[in-house]
Design a protein around this ligand. Structure first.
Ligand SMILES: NC(=O)c1ccc[n+]([C@@H]2O[C@H](COP(=O)([O-])OP(=O)(O)OC[C@H]3O[C@@H](n4cnc5c(N)ncnc54)[C@H](OP(=O)(O)O)[C@@H]3O)[C@@H](O)[C@H]2O)c1
Length: 336
């Protein structure tokens, strides 16, 4: 092969919101896959809030992306050449493929996906990492019981849309917190949430009291910061707070703002627990099977927000931090 690869390498550790100059765009000839390896043409790149953390040097659950290394990202692609008996040309694979047009892999960490079961973008959203996060974070950490009230922030995003819908499937009341009237309309009218709070215009405390008159039994927190603090003050007795993420804090240059209303945990005999989706890797199959059934039965709707053009990677990633995506944000590189 005499193919050229294009990629974004990390050039600098961002201060605040990442900017284009924090990456360098490179063109490189592709080598042939060696024994046990195969070549993947990347079709979709998953844009995830975690990517901001991977760019920073602070201690985390995985080492940061090194300066000069290809930017880490989940993606989905098609095998185009293979010297690995487990992967054949034409197979579709999902996993950490990086922000590049082609990847050479030995198969470690990649899973094969079946386009006959769901359309390819769904494998980056509801049936991929964000869907698994919603499923295990809500069911395993949140432990919702029928009749309880589940509140989720980033409600119109990749994880939040699934959390609220699973809460409804489990017989709970689902209340979303999202930025903007259209996102609030979407989760209530199209996804069946019971109510939504627009944190940009509503008084969140008052709206929670109105929509959760018996308090919040489960809070699935995606934003941290001030909203976490407000929800803590509205917990019901025995509430569970699942700490999934804190996107309001990922680009801060002022130091992370922690909650001050934590004594609500004491008063309400409540718990607050962080979790990482990767710890559930052994159970992804079980979750994907159940979620596919819900999708086929029309109980679980999915939405992908797809932007075309590999060169648009830097500014498209920022949509997550500006609230410009609805559903799973994906960068499309090529046709399937
Ligand atoms: N623990 C885990 O294993 C795990 C795995 C995956 C994801 N996560 C976390 O889950 C959360 C959601 O991820 P996602 O992939 O589903 O992203 P997403 O919700 O699809 O997109 C991010 C959303 O965050 C909201 N946002 C951005 N800045 C905000 C701010 N300052 N205050 C409040 N909201 C803000 C925006 O929605 P609005 O328009 O509503 O503001 C934006 O659309 C993130 O915190 C992520 O880190 C954790």
């Amino acid at each position: 092969v005499s193919l050229l690869n294009h990629k974004f390498e990390l050039a600098a550790r961002p201060i605040g919101l990442p900017k284009r100059a924090d990456w360098v765009y490179k063109e490189e000839p592709l080598r042939d896959p060696g024994d046990g390896e195969f070549l993947v043409k990347i079709i979709y790149i998953s844009l995830d809030p975690a990517m901001r953390g991977w760019m920073s040097n602070s201690k985390s659950y995985v080492p940061p992306v090194g300066i000069g290394e290809v930017m880490r990202a989940l993606g989905l692609g098609r095998v185009v050449a293979s010297k690995n008996p487990g992967f054949a040309p034409g197979d579709y694979v999902y996993g950490l493929l990086g922000v590049q047009e082609f990847a050479i892999s030995d198969g470690k960490g990649l899973t094969t996906v079946d386009p006959a079961i769901a359309s390819l973008p769904v494998y980056l959203g509801a049936l991929g990492m964000p869907g698994m996060t919603a499923y295990f974070g809500l069911l395993d950490v949140g432990q919702p019981k029928p009749g309880e009230t589940v509140v989720v922030s980033c409600a119109a995003g990749a994880v939040g849309t699934i959390v609220g819908q699973i809460a409804k499937i489990k017989g709970c009341r689902a209340v979303g917190i999202a930025g903007g009237a259209e996102k609030c309309r979407y989760v209530v009218e199209d996804l069946g949430f019971d109510a939504a709070i627009d944190y940009k215009t509503d008084d969140v405390r008052k709206a929670l009291q109105q929509h959760c008159p018996r308090g919040v039994d489960v809070y699935f927190d995606n934003v941290g910061g001030e909203i976490l603090d407000i929800v803590l003050a509205q917990l019901a007795r025995g509430a569970r707070v699942a700490i999934c993420g804190a996107i309001s804090q990922y680009n801060t240059v002022m130091g992370i703002k922690g909650p001050s209303n934590y004594l609500s945990l004491l008063v309400n005999r409540a718990s607050m627990k962080g979790f990482l989706v990767i710890d559930y890797a052994g159970r992804y199959g079980e979750a994907a099977r159940e979620m596919s059934e819900w999708m086929a039965a029309g109980k679980l709707k999915t939405r992908e927000d797809i932007v075309e053009g590999f060169d648009k990677f830097p500014e498209t990633l920022l949509k997550l931090f500006k609230g410009e995506n609805t559903g799973k944000l994906i960068l499309k590189l090529a046709d399937a």
